[in-house]
Design a protein around this ligand. Structure first.
Ligand SMILES: [Zn+2]
Length: 380
């Protein structure tokens, strides 16, 4: 168990925004055990703490297959309306307990049809659970607003169907669309017709890109996917060259005041920065899946190696997320505290990341403005 710092406690009490957090990666260990017993699914242990620790050490192992193992267990127990509803309710309650006031929950309906649920029934069950969660938070005098992002799995061929599903439920909880699963080898252009349907109907899209693949994948997410945001997006750093130089017109102060660094952005990086395309970074997950190691050349992968700070200093629009709370053993407050420690951030920076995320969220403008005022006031 990671040590809970006082900074983390302080952050937990402040209102935050979570845009990238998978439903099937965020179950309570005790719930997973209880539901697994009910459906007759075998788990490696019946002890909640041991199970959480097992997932966390698998995630830290550097082996993506071991990282992904957890999802076979979680999705196995999420095949009925009742269980989806419960998992969704607890998801909201746990976020509220961590101080999250706005969240977009992403999940892939096509992975929850093994028990005979239709895609529509699955979306309705999750929505019922989210509504339960929001109500139980408000009963405790808390507030949280939650929207669904429906994911199509890249290795399957159901993106058109999922896009139509998202459109059918847009007035009933669905706020956007994403593609998830193996990024490398499954470019967004494979799903061009789904993205075109969504664009024609003006439902916003975020695309996992720049995690398991590089600049070409990010570019295709923007061009074929018309992505408003990028899931992780950190390998956009491959399109940035920093060289020590003396050109004062294009420099960023890196580290010390004296050191001048010349910054060159490729076309894709320029688009992402200049258009302020939001990057849904997930620091610990990015270390665990090898996205950071892919960038560091020598394969080193500690929080200090994460390109988050470089991107932030260069003016990229960055936010902070958990990706999979159970699988990685993280919370949003913990991720913010870890970044603060690695890069010496204070409250001014941490609230910046919340506002970046909120502004990039798929919530309507007026609701965003109201929440933004609430968040800024609380952090001051
Ligand atoms: Zn993700």
């Amino acid at each position: 168990m990671a040590m809970i710092t006082s900074l983390e406690t302080q952050i937990r009490d402040l209102p935050k925004v979570s845009l990238h957090d998978h439903l099937d990666g965020a179950l309570r260990p005790a719930t997973l055990i209880e539901l697994a017993q009910q459906v007759g699914h075998e788990l490696p242990t019946q002890d909640p703490e041991e199970l959480a620790e097992m997932f966390r050490s698998n995630a830290d192992s550097g082996d993506l297959m071991r990282y992904l193992e957890a999802f076979a267990h979680t999705t196995a127990v999420m095949q009925s309306a009742e269980n989806l509803r419960r998992v969704a309710r607890e998801y909201v309650e746990d976020l509220a307990a961590d101080g999250v006031v706005y969240a977009e929950v992403r999940w892939a309906p096509e992975q929850h049809a093994e028990g005979g649920l239709s895609l529509d029934e699955a979306v309705e069950a999750v929505q019922a659970g989210l509504t339960d969660g929001v109500e139980s938070v408000s009963d405790q005098d808390g507030i949280i607003v939650v929207g669904q992002l429906l994911c199509a799995m890249r290795m399957n061929d159901r993106a058109d169907e999922i896009a139509e599903l998202a459109l059918r439920h847009r007035e009933r909880g669905v706020v956007g669309f994403d593609i998830a699963g193996p990024e490398d080898g499954f470019l967004p252009s494979r799903f061009e017709s789904a993205f075109t349907t969504l664009a024609q109907n003006m439902l916003p899209v975020t695309v996992h890109a720049g995690e398991a693949a590089g600049v070409d994948s990010v570019r295709d997410a923007l061009v074929s996917g018309r992505a408003c945001r990028l899931g992780h997006g950190i390998r956009i750093a491959e399109d940035i060259t920093l060289t020590e130089g003396t050109d004062s017109r294009s420099r960023a102060a890196e580290g010390g005041d004296e050191e001048l660094v010349e910054v060159n952005l490729g076309e894709t990086a320029r688009w992402v920065r200049d258009r302020q395309v939001h990057l849904e970074t997930s620091p610990t997950s990015n270390l665990q899946t090898g996205a950071v190691a892919a960038l560091s050349g020598d394969g080193s992968s500690t929080m200090a190696d994460h390109p988050f700070d470089m991107l932030y200093q260069l003016g990229f629009n960055v936010g902070v997320n958990t990706d999979n709370r159970l699988v990685s053993g993280v919370t949003l407050s913990g991720e913010l505290a870890a970044l603060a420690e690695a890069f010496d951030y204070g409250m001014a920076e941490l609230v910046d990341f919340q506002i970046n995320a909120l502004e990039a969220s798929f919530l309507g403008y007026e609701e965003r403005e109201a929440l933004s005022a609430f968040i800024l006031e609380a952090w001051q």
